[in-house]
Design a protein around this ligand. Structure first.
Ligand code: B16
Ligand code: MG
Length: 215
């Protein structure tokens, strides 16, 4: 394939906010007396905020109205954003920074496809506000990963067909979304060995020999 654009998942690919998600959900679950641990937290990777809450409430012994769920999600998000406030540009790893710069120098179109409604805030915290040519996130979609909507939106904003873009993902739900959208997928982290991905990366810089063969 001729790769003209790359669409990155945010959390787990560009930066790591996993621990903050965990701490914020854990505080909520503890307050409600619902069992929740890191293993269960891994089920929330790449999944939208409300879908994550539903997974947590599966272990609750009562039912919750839609208004109560909204309030619980808002409570978690307020705590999560407080934790995100601790992030600085130093939280961008050297590997990620060098890879993005090399891809930018090579003239590739670069976009974000994230489930997170906090994407603009996270990009601002890590000093990447304005860096990407397109940002599609949880606030511009109606269907969360594994639906391909967020990646298709990112490709549309980049002005490229899915077949000309690579999606980089760390979640199984995200790999499925990419493949369903007609994208070739490079997987790393939690989803590194997902058989649906075309490439299996140990680090983001593993993209460079794939898209810039002379690199
Ligand atoms: P928010 P990604 C996802 O980001 C996270 O992996 C997932 O754990 C989170 O629930 C989701 O964003 C929604 O985040 O509550 O900030 O809207 O991996 O798609 O970049
Ligand atoms: Mg992710």
């Amino acid at each position: 394939m001729e790769c003209r654009g790359i669409i990155f998942d945010l959390d787990g690919v560009i930066c790591s906010t996993d621990e903050y998600h965990y701490q914020a959900w854990k505080a909520l679950a503890d307050r409600l007396g619902i069992p929740f641990d890191r293993e269960r937290n891994s089920l929330l990777r790449g999944v939208s905020r409300m879908a994550s809450l539903e997974i947590i409430l599966e272990r609750s012994d009562r039912s919750w109205s839609a208004a109560e769920k909204e309030a619980l999600a808002a409570e978690k998000n307020a705590r999560y954003r407080e934790l995100l406030g601790r992030m600085t540009p130093a939280d961008l790893s050297g590997d990620v920074r060098a890879t993005l710069e090399a891809l930018r120098r090579a003239g590739l179109r670069l976009g974000i496809g994230s489930s997170s409604r906090n994407t603009p805030y996270i990009l601002q915290r890590i000093g990447l506000e304005g860096f990407f040519d397109a940002v599609a996130d949880g606030s511009c979609i109606t269907r969360s990963k594994p639906d391909p909507e967020v990646f298709l939106k990112a490709a549309e904003l980049l002005g490229l067909p899915a077949g000309d873009c690579i999606v980089v993902e760390d979640a199984h739900a995200g790999v499925e979304a990419a493949v369903r959208g007609g994208f070739a997928c490079a997987a790393l982290g939690d989803a590194r060995d997902d058989p649906r991905a075309r490439w299996h990366l140990d680090a983001l810089s593993g993209l460079l020999p794939i898209v810039l063969p002379a690199h």
